[in-house]
Structure formats: C-alpha cells, structure tokens
Ligand binder design. Structure first.
Ligand code: GLC
Length: 537
C-alpha cells in the first residue's frame, strides 16, 4: 500500500464498532482478539485504515463513549498489550489505525469524577453548579444531575457522561498526554468525538472560539509524531517517535455544524486534518440535492486545502439499505422514520449505487462495518435488548441506535453466524435476525454479484484511480450525475426514473446490471476512456 505522507487525504477508512465486529472469546461481545483474527478480511477488502470506536475501560452507559480511563483498554475488549499487538499487526497488513478520543466528557466512573464527588474542592475539572440552567441533554431529559450534597453537574449526553471543563488547564494537559500516550504506541490518528462542543459559556455549548486553540496545539503534537517540520508541510522526512508506520498522524473531527464557514474553521491548515461530511450522510437519494451537497462540500474544502470526506453511514444513524428503501430517504436521526415501510430491494440497489458514487468523489471515504455486507437496520429488536441510552431516556419514543450496531454475520446458517468464532459461544449482545444467513461474509464471498464483492472491486479500483484530487462535472440529462476524475475515470449515477445511455468508454464496474449500453435507474457505473458528454450528446 501507499506509504505517502499524506495517505489520509484519499484514504478509505473502515469503521470498526468493536463490540459488534468479531468476538474472539465467545462471550457474546466483540473484542480485540476477534478483530485481530479478521485482519485478513480487512486487508482483502482493500481499505487503508480502520477507525475504532472507543476501546477504553467504560461502564458502557453510552457504548464506550463514557470513558473511565483514557490510557487503558476495556477488559471485555482485551488488554493494553493486545491493543499494542493489534496496532503492530494492522501495520503489517498495511492498515493504519485510528482511535476515538472523547474530550467533551468523561465517565462518572473516572478517577477525576470520583475525586470530585468525594471532595467539593476537586470539582473544577467538571461543571458543578449550585443551580442548573435550563439546558436539555442531547439524549433527552435535563442536562444536569444533582449529587448528594446538593450541587448539580452538567452532562450534555447521559448522566454517566459528565462534561469536562476546558477552562481548566489541567484538562488541556491531560488530553495532550493522552494523545502522546497513544501516538507513542503507534496509532496513526484520532477521531475526535463531539469536536465542536468542549467549551461552554453561560448560554452556549457549541462552536465557541476557544476550541480552535486546542486543535492547534493537538496539530502540533500530531505533526511532531508524523515527522512534519514547521514550513515543511509536504515532504519532510523527519524522524518519527513512537514507532509509527510512516506518514502523517491525523486528527479527524466529528463536527456537526450547519454553517459551512464555521465548519471550515476546524480544517484550517494548522487544525484538524479532516472532518466527517454529515451533509452527504444526511442527504436524501435525490439527484439535485446530492449535486448541491457535493458542490457545497467541494466549495467549502477547496479554499482551505483540506480534502473532503464522503460518509454514508456510521454507528449513530439508520443503515443506508433501510433508509434508501423508504419513501422519505432523508436523514433519520432520532428514529423519525423508525419502522416506516422500506423496500429493501430498492434500498439495496440504491445503497450499491451510492457506494460507487461516494468512492469516486475526491477525498477520503468511510465504510461503516456491515455497510459492505449491505446489512439493513434491525428495526424489530426487543425492547429489553436495547442498550442505547437514547431509548431509555426518551421513554421508548426514540428507538435509539442499536439497530445499526447488531453484531456482524460472518458465516454459517444460524445466529451467531460465526460472530463468536469457531467454538461454542454465548448469544451476541444484540440478537441477529435469522435472515442474515444470506448476508454473511462467507455467503457473499461466494457470490460474484454480492455487495461485498462490489465493495472489494470498487476499493481496489479506487486505490489505483481515485482518492484525493478534484472532479470535472460532465453534461448529463436530468436525474443523472456524471463527472470525470484526473485519472480519466468517469462516474455516472442514474437517479432518474428511466434508463439512460452510457457514454462511450470501457465499463470498469457497475453497481447493477448494465445491458445494451444503457444505465438503469438507481445504478452507478465507472468507465474509463469516456468521451466528453454523457447520454450520447
Ligand atoms: C458522538 C458519538 C456517539 C456518542 C456521542 C457522545 O456523537 O458518535 O455515538 O453517543 O458522541 O459521546
């Protein structure tokens, strides 16, 4: 694989939700042993890096986003030594490792919070007040919880996730040390959770200006490890401490901000490297809307020199196969459309087309585990199985995010579908649908037309012909998106109601059957050597 310094600019990054990826010890919960046993699968898939959701010791009140100790590994997942072995093995497979860092909040089980509870003089690392303000938690209910001596503490998420006080220099010091701790162990980057929150004023908790100084400092640390010297952004070969695999260490922001100008500030050359494109993730399956979002994304990123990213799903949102099969294909955070009818055949066709579109666009791309298998959202989980705090805190009104977190089906004819490894194992922590026997990795590898084989082919071609760069839109008829990349590859997506003629050129890959030179609805094709226009003009 490419060892370029700026590998991250065009990388395909696979998101591993560790709890649900593969279970190495048969206890029903995914772990590092399971992940290590599946590194060959990830290499064959053709991704450049993995991003792991939090792997730290945690009471799991929010799937590990309640971090009790930022310098260790949750025992259910394994040990620090196993994490180090995993990082080394991933690198041997040519796969970079990105981990989650959660700076906005900690856990009530953390040493700092326990100290704060025991001693009112030790509360300045959090937000303790005598009176709560009127803020609501993002997960529903009030954002303040009272402790036995009468004070209240702030938690923008669950009560088990107390917000840290970034006005306290100790908090800055702590996270700089945490970054170094993991860079020293060879990780190639961090996904920064809730990156726009951190600072609070009396009346706001998002996107306060102080946050940028934090990321400038973090960038200095990342550059120090990535061997980037000041004034030498594009080629320094400095020594890298910490046994890195080569190339820059990256910071990727989870920045949900509607204002593009405010969003772009996080990606200035001395701040975060990239951020998730939630506008694309939230975009309905509609040609005009997609075109608008792609153009807006390019216009936002170009002037600051940051590569865009293209994201179709993650562990917080409805899976694309289900979303695209609904009458309303718009954003479905908060379970707005939970349980509304979905034509999964249609959804799968569109998800395949969307994947080829996303992978052809300039910049980085994310694949959330199970997306490559075309897993649908599991909407009929029994209430007693649901673990997402959104479900309980909304009194069941919001189903929460468990439906996209169901353990992966690897092989075999019945649950746990190889999730627990070859031996006997406990049932997975969330039940898998019986129908997933057709969607196992094993079954799909044997089927040339499967979603998994589409992803494998596309990721392989993408490495040679796509990634970082720019695009040129090609003329096309209504409902069709067509553009050419620098390599000459042309991507054509037909979101219209009828088949359209394909432009001339050699067909490299298509998301569905292409016969007689016509591209059917809800299909994307990649061609090379195509002429200037599309649809025969
Ligand atoms: C991010 C995570 C989400 C988590 C929240 C609180 O949005 O993606 O899963 O619940 O932060 O940490």
């Amino acid at each position: 694989m490419s060892m370029s310094r700026t590998w991250w600019r065009g990388a395909a990054i696979y998101q591993v939700y560790l709890r649900s990826f593969a279970d190495g010890n048969g206890d029903g919960c995914g772990d590092l042993a399971g992940l290590r046993s599946r590194l060959g699968y990830l290499k064959d898939l053709g991704i450049d890096a993995v991003w792991l959701n939090p792997w730290y010791p945690s009471p799991m009140a929010d799937g590990g986003y309640d971090v009790a100790d930022y310098r260790d590994i949750e025992p259910v997942f394994g040990t620090l030594a196993e994490a180090e072995a995993f990082i080394a093995e991933a690198h041997e497979h040519g796969i970079k490792v990105i981990i989650d860092v959660v700076p906005n909040h900690s856990s009530t089980a953390s040493a700092w919070f326990q100290e704060a509870l025991a001693d009112p003089r030790a509360r300045d690392r959090f937000w303790f007040r005598d009176e709560p303000n009127g803020w609501s938690s993002i997960f529903g209910g009030p954002a303040w919880t009272q402790v036995p001596d009468g004070q209240w503490y702030l938690h923008l998420f669950a009560p088990e996730q107390p917000d840290l006080n970034w006005d306290n220099p100790e908090v800055h010091q702590e996270f700089e040390d945490v970054l170094r701790f993991w860079f020293d162990r060879g990780v190639d980057g961090f996904r920064v959770d809730s990156a726009a929150l951190l600072f609070k004023s009396e009346d706001a908790y998002e996107d306060l200006d102080g946050v940028h100084d934090v990321y400038r400092r973090w960038r200095e640390i990342a550059d120090e490890y990535g061997g980037v010297r000041a004034g030498d952004q594009d080629g320094g070969q400095g020594e890298e401490p910490g046994g890195g695999q080569g190339g820059e260490r990256v910071l990727i922001g989870e920045v949900w901000l509607p204002d593009q100008e405010r969003f772009a500030r996080y990606l200035r050359p001395d701040e975060l490297h990239t951020a998730f494109n939630f506008d694309f993730l939230a975009c309905p399956w509609d040609p005009a809307e997609l075109r608008r979002v792609i153009d807006l994304t390019l216009a936002t990123h170009l002037p600051i020199g940051a590569p865009p990213t293209w994201v179709l799903s993650n562990h917080d949102v409805t899976r694309p196969v289900t979303r695209y099969g609904r009458a309303d294909t718009g954003f479905q955070h908060g379970g707005r459309l939970h349980g509304s009818p979905s034509d999964l055949e249609l959804g799968r066709r569109r998800a395949r087309a969307a994947a080829l579109l996303a992978m052809a666009l300039p910049g980085g791309v994310y694949v959330y585990q199970g997306e490559e298998l075309g897993l649908p959202e599991v909407e009929d989980l029994p209430d007693e199985a649901r673990q997402d705090p959104m479900f309980a805190r909304s009194g069941g009104a919001n189903p929460g995010r468990d439906g996209c977190r169901v353990p992966l089906p690897w092989s075999g004819e019945e649950p746990p579908f190889g999730f627990g490894g070859p031996g006997p194992s406990a049932p997975p922590w969330l039940p898998q649908p019986e129908g997933w026997r057709k969607l196992t990795a094993q079954a799909q590898l044997a089927d040339l037309d499967s979603m998994l084989n589409l992803y494998r082919s596309a990721l392989r071609l993408r490495r040679e012909l796509l990634g970082d760069g720019t695009l040129t839109w090609l003329p096309s008829e209504a409902g069709v998106l067509a553009f050419r990349r620098e390599s000459g590859l042309v991507c054509v997506s037909n979101l219209g109601p009828a088949a359209v003629p394909l432009p001339p050129g050699e067909l490299l890959l298509a998301s569905g059957p292409v016969e007689g030179g016509a591209l059917p609805p809800d299909t994307t094709a990649w061609l090379t050597g195509a002429g200037p226009g599309v649809s025969g003009r």
